[in-house]
Design a protein around this ligand. Sequence first.
Ligand code: FAD
Ligand code: SF4
Length: 452
Amino acid sequence: MRHFAEELRARQLPLDYTQLNHPKNSGTLGAELGQAILRHKPARLVMTAPGDWRVLKELQDTARSCNIPLEIREDRHFFSTVRDFAQHAKGRKQLRLEYWYRELREKTGILMKSGKPAGGQWNFDQENRAAFGKEGPGIVPPPLRFKPDAITSEVIQLVNAEFADHPGSVAASKEGFGWPVNRKEALRALDDFIKHRLALFGAYQDAMWTDEPWLYHAHIASALNLKLLSAQEVVSAAEQAYGNGTAPLAAVEGFIRQILGWREYVRGIYWMNMPDYLERNALNATARLPEFFWTGETEMNCLRETIQQTLQTGYAHHIQRLMVTGLYTLLAGIRPRAVHEWYLSVYVDAVEWVELPNVLGMSQYADGGVMASKPYAASGKYIDRMSNYCKGCRFDPAKSTGENACPITTLYWDFLMRHEALLAKNPRMVMQVRNLGRLSAADRKAIRAQTS
Ligand code: FAD
Ligand code: SF4
């Protein structure tokens, strides 16, 4: 915000900006808008549609109480509008990413050739999503990190002074603070990804490795969510890389699917279902979030690695979020609202409109299947297949009972048992429920005992 304010001042645009630590800052956006209305006495308010429901309501309430008309304009950083999604959803019993994604591909012509998907297929998952193998990832091109300038350094000091007791760290981490904070840096971060990592993005999209937080991901979600980059320019840069032969179609399609597909999809789901969405808890999960989520101090290596990396950098990639931390809280039956609050607190790219459907819908199945067609439930063997975390762990991912049983594997079976009746109705869970049926009564009892 401070960099943006500087840019606007440099362009000599009129600006009224209150800093967080200004002595007269009233502490809420709505109240600050109210103060600004008193200062400027405007005839009307004009704003870009905000991402979050809470912000929209707060600003609408202020405008209403000040009796000033409020005009809300479309956010042009997206391909679709919230209304486009509502139109797509109309009359459908069940929403699925694939249909929405194909509709947007057809509408925009992205990766399309004579009305057909480039390469003759919509999806290249078969070629994507490999693990690294025993030897690991080798040398991964390091991401471009940005040295804090005077403004960022000042804010780091402010955060350290005002929020010293909050979890995480701003500058004391091994990595230091290196996120793009202005448009120039965001464009350089995008360019760095396209040149050095996009070609292997698809292949290693789901792979994890100890001490390798960045891998072949783009690390641009915070820049996108802060509107330092638009979805259109990111997708166009990836499409160009395919066009000029610097990245294969499978990688480019896999990447574009995340932005044109998932990102637009979760935004639609969010706005269609708020504010009730926040309260969803389809699996009646009520357990408390374990304390180690705020410290990373746990014997479970996968969780320790992911949480410590998160607290140090504000970043974990999609599979770490979905299939390590998210998997654990799903299986352990943690209250979805508490899980949501954790994710919203710890990631540098966390904004409710994108975080909430991913956490509550995709990872916790708390919306009962609005977002995902089945719960993302797996045992420790999945983590063993996709990473080397289990090699450095005192637990054995293949074991569900006994001294060195993997807690994730134990919880996996316990989760299936707890929700057997519900899961048996889901055609996509047939295999998992069938495997559960092979457990003897004694096995079930031992697993139950192991969880207590
Ligand atoms: P890459 O893996 O390189 O992907 C490229 C881009 O695609 C991302 O920058 C992002 O803009 C978009 N993208 C990828 N997957 C998704 C998705 N499922 N939903 C929406 N956009 C997607 N993303 C956020 O932006 N903010 C969040 O708070 C957030 N919370 C998440 C919580 C959970 C439990 C899960 C499973 C996913 C969450 N995601 C969130 C989606 C995704 O994990 C992050 O966008 C991604 O890890 C950010 O890293 P990256 O920029 O390196 O992404
Ligand atoms: Fe995680 Fe289980 Fe593997 Fe340990 S053995 S790293 S707890 S999956």
